[in-house]
Design a protein around this ligand. Structure first.
Ligand code: MN
Length: 350
């Protein structure tokens, strides 16, 4: 990490030039990877396989089962599972986060063994958190890191193959939630159109990402959604997923990701908070807003981060107290009169 004010790129050319110079490369993303980060690094991995570079995909932890259509298990190693030792490497790119804490415990190994570790991300840099490494690429106008990976591949003049296109399309489809959240720009559609020249079955990808409910999940949803609490004229919604509630239906953390987005489909709701209790008194808080309440500042107050209107934080303590504080902050935000017209106002979960 640099002690002086670091510079962050908004132009993929410097990342592309560095990749061209590197002989050995590690690609990774945040822990509990999602369709964006995983799709971006697998897309870049397949493109880089057309060079003579040594490229490794090294993830912090297991890939959620629903991404098995990307054959990630075949190409990726899991740091918290069996993996080859990490040797001296020219360059590591970390996609879809700029907060090293989300890459721990792999982070320490990367810093020790890689000449350069850079983030390639579209989340805002935290105002109260660690800074990304100098030279990282941070572009909050990108709707997904898959589209950034696509521009890097184009900049390097590498050929796109079917596997690469499938992974990159997955990234875009996931983070834009099938083009709902495109940051008021045509880029996601334009890149997707290029990828669809190679990916002939996008509907399979849509199904693999979004039609993944088990009967257990429906039972869980019918139970959990009945517990939504409404505040401030039904403008604020709060849901508490209790410790063990997912496990009761043989579900895991990944199964709770879309719950808050369902809540945001309620017309009256302007902002929502979801507290997933992972152990007694330990919560993962997720916050969403339709644009009238800024939630990243609330997440940062609890030591988290994210996007301006989609953020999260790990929290710990008494549920009622934490919830009351968050509801108060959300209502406080909504009471501020100026609804944002920012282009960032629609943003996806990740
Ligand atoms: Mn993302």
């Amino acid at each position: 990490m640099s002690n002086t004010a670091p510079t962050f790129q908004q132009d993929v050319s410097s990342i592309a030039r560095k990749l061209e110079r590197a002989n050995s490369i590690i690609l990774t993303t945040h822990k509990q990877c999602d369709g964006d980060g995983l799709g971006a690094i697998l897309g870049l991995y397949h493109a880089l396989k057309h060079t003579d570079k040594t490229v490794r995909v090294l993830l912090v932890d297991e890939i959620p089962a629903k991404y098995s259509f990307l054959d990630g298990e075949e190409y990726a190693e899991i740091f918290e599972g069996p993996h080859e030792p990490v040797k001296s490497t020219d360059m590591c790119l970390i996609f879809d986060t700029n907060d090293f804490r989300l890459v721990e415990p792999l982070w320490e190994t990367l810093v020790k063994n890689c000449d350069e570790v850079l983030f390639v991300d579209h989340h805002p840099i935290l105002s109260q958190g660690p800074l990304p490494t100098e030279g990282s690429y941070i572009n909050t106008n990108a709707a997904s890191t898959g589209e950034v990976a696509y521009y890097i591949i184009q900049e390097m003049g590498l050929p796109l193959d079917e596997a690469s296109a499938r992974a990159l399309y997955t990234s875009i489809a996931f983070d834009t939630q099938l083009f709902r959240y495109v940051k008021s720009r045509p880029n996601s559609h334009l890149v997707a159109a290029e990828l669809l020249k190679l990916e002939k079955n996008p509907e399979i990808i849509h199904k693999e990402i979004f039609s993944t409910y088990t009967v257990g999940k429906m039972k869980f949803l019918s139970e959990a959604l009945g517990d939504i609490e409404y505040h401030f004229n039904e403008k604020v919604a709060v849901l508490h997923i209790r410790d063990g509630q997912l496990k009761n239906y043989s579900l895991d953390i990944d199964d709770s990701r879309d719950v808050i987005d369902m809540i945001m489909n309620i017309t009256s709701v302007e902002a929502a908070a979801l507290f997933r209790e992972d152990a007694p008194g330990e919560f993962k808080m997720s916050l969403r807003s339709k644009g009238k309440a800024e939630v990243i500042s609330i997440a940062e107050e609890f030591g988290g981060g994210g996007h301006r209107f989609a953020a999260g934080a790990p929290t710990r303590g008494n549920y009622q107290e934490i919830k009351n504080r968050v509801v108060e902050l959300l209502i406080g935000q909504l009471k501020k009169t100026s609804p944002s017209e920012s282009k960032d106002s629609h943003t996806s979960i990740n």
